[in-house]
Design a protein around this ligand. Structure first.
Ligand code: ATP
Ligand code: MG
Length: 138
């Protein structure tokens, strides 16, 4: 059954001009782009989005990075979207990412790793609702 997930093309990938190439990988893998918008988010918005990581040592750096430049917020849809996007993204650290994955191709470091994808049904629901109104999901 079609499932929705939430994704971000992170500021590093947008800065390097990889937005189009990453969208092409996503569409080639069978995802429908339900909604997409460019945004420049504040540190506070990033902290709210990544609140599950608030005790982690990299939290402040991560939130500063996410607010360092424009990014693309997206809702994607396909069968098994959540797990399939995580597979297409590759490991968090590009050094460990499999050949052919988006992070292997486009990520520069464990922090500046090009793309975000929800890691479960509950987080997908929270993340979609955090950035999108229902009327934007068409
Ligand atoms: P994302 O949630 O962005 O899809 P992920 O689920 O692969 O990535 P998480 O463990 O949820 O990884 O970490 C969230 C983000 O925090 C990572 O994508 C990365 O940008 C950053 N991050 C994770 N671990 C580290 C680390 N050890 N050092 C610096 N940044 C990190
Ligand atoms: Mg995560």
């Amino acid at each position: 059954m079609a499932q929705r997930t939430f994704s971000i093309i992170k500021p590093d990938a947008v800065r390097k001009g990889h937005t189009g190439a990453i969208l092409a990988e996503i569409e080639k893998a069978g995802f429908k782009i339900v909604s997409i918008k460019k945004a420049a988010i504040s540190v506070e918005q990033a902290k709210g989005f990544y609140y599950v990581h608030k005790e982690r040592p990299f939290f402040n750096d991560l939130c500063a990075f996410m607010s360092s430049g424009p990014l693309f917020l997206m809702v994607l849809e396909k069968d098994n979207a959540i797990a399939d996007l995580r597979k297409l993204m590759g490991a968090t650290n590009p050094a460990n990412a499999e050949e052919g994955t988006i992070r292997k191709k486009f990520a520069g470091s464990i922090q500046e790793n090009a793309i975000h994808g929800s890691d479960g049904e509950d987080t997908a629901a929270f993340e979609i609702g955090y950035w999108f109104a229902g009327c934007e999901l068409i």
